[in-house]
Design a protein around this ligand. Sequence first.
Ligand code: ES4
Ligand code: ZN
Length: 321
Amino acid sequence: MPSLPPCAELHLHIEGTLEPDLVFTLAARNGITLPYADAADLAARYAFTDLQSFLDLYYATMDVLRTEEDFADMTRAYLRRAAAAGVRHAEIMMDPQAHLARGIPLKTCVDGVASALATSEAEFGISTLLIAAFLRDRPAAEALAVLRDLIAMKAPIVGIGLDSAEVGYPPSLFAEVYDVARAAGLRCVAHAGEEGPPSYVWEALDVLRVDRIDHGIRCLEDEALVERLVGERVPLTVCPLSNVRLRAVTGLADHPLPRMLERGLNVSVNSDDPAYFGGYLDDNFAAVEEVFGFGPADLALLASNSVRSAFLGQARRDLLL
Ligand code: ES4
Ligand code: ZN
């Protein structure tokens, strides 16, 4: 396998890095009895049929996250594994509403994740930025209230995202949230075109005015949309193994990544929820190299797309290019 040039991971849910072993460790530490026999029994349930079947388990297992230390330990475990995968910069999403809904204060989850990120560059050689993602299957008014709290507490976030169940929850529902975020100087990303139609990608661009689209694989169904994305070099953070596991594609051989590259779209490869979808960034790269026969030039393009699409300062960006 050709070695990977310096890479940025731009589409990563920190709660999706919670490995079965750590779920059991945190459950024991917090006195929680899990409805699974052991880590292997939990892992055996990672047979998803669509996005919702994954989300049901994802929201259930994160119940073991209770203290700042839990959030910090999860984050450090990801950073350690990402460093081994060759990640040099990571823009990490977290889902504050998923924790608030369980009675975990905003400060606990934000400070826990942020405390691990604060030492990441020194400890793991990975620069990091944090993105607060809002759950699109909950009311926009709730997202707006959480955003205002994050701004008021000066949470160390670079931007906001939009995730969770996509179909039936178009981006336009969150127009005001994105207007407030942009006015506060935050960068904007949104999941669109994973299970949802190309019209959701249009809305993310035109209504939310996002800087990047997470997934976006269904854009190929709409020629005018492809031309818009190519013309504006909008970054698309593609997650191959996630798309296979959630059956957004029938198999990796049918994944649109090679066609997206051929069309000149600004795509990067990312791991999404690596604990659930069969691998970290190196595993995603290994899979696409094997199935699509990508060579060093393809890998170099995917890597440089990731670094150029990051919300990084110029000095660190130049160092990684
Ligand atoms: C997610 Cl793969 C995916 N799609 C939408 N929302 C999510 N949250 C965590 N992983
Ligand atoms: Zn995602």
